[in-house]
Ligand binder design. Structure first.
Ligand SMILES: [Zn+2]
Length: 95
């Protein structure tokens, strides 16, 4: 539909993380308030909460860097050409 695909944004601060991560459930559930556990968290927001509770979040954390190009290729029905065309048409993605 001509819009530029966007990465998911952090539900706390609104940033668009290019570094996704995974921590064990017990760390996630302890660090993140139940009302926020379904939200995407950027690394900064997650680690701030985990550190408030002195959790050992660095032991089993795994990182998944995601470039915008990779992200676009994971969206069903969207091609790289679509994304580039939408970008040239002046989307509102900011910088
Ligand atoms: Zn954040």
């Amino acid at each position: 539909m001509g819009s530029i695909p966007k990465r998911q944004t952090c539900g706390v601060c609104g940033k668009t993380p290019c570094q996704l991560f995974h921590v064990p459930d017990e760390i996630w559930l302890e660090a993140v308030h139940p009302s926020r556990q379904q939200d995407i968290h950027c690394l900064d927001c997650f680690t701030a909460r985990a550190d408030e509770k002195l959790l050992l979040w660095d032991k089993d954390i795994q990182f998944y860097p995601v470039s915008m190009r990779t992200h676009i290729q994971l969206i069903p029905g969207v091609t790289l050409d679509d994304a580039l065309a939408a970008r040239e048409n002046g989307g509102s993605d900011g910088k």
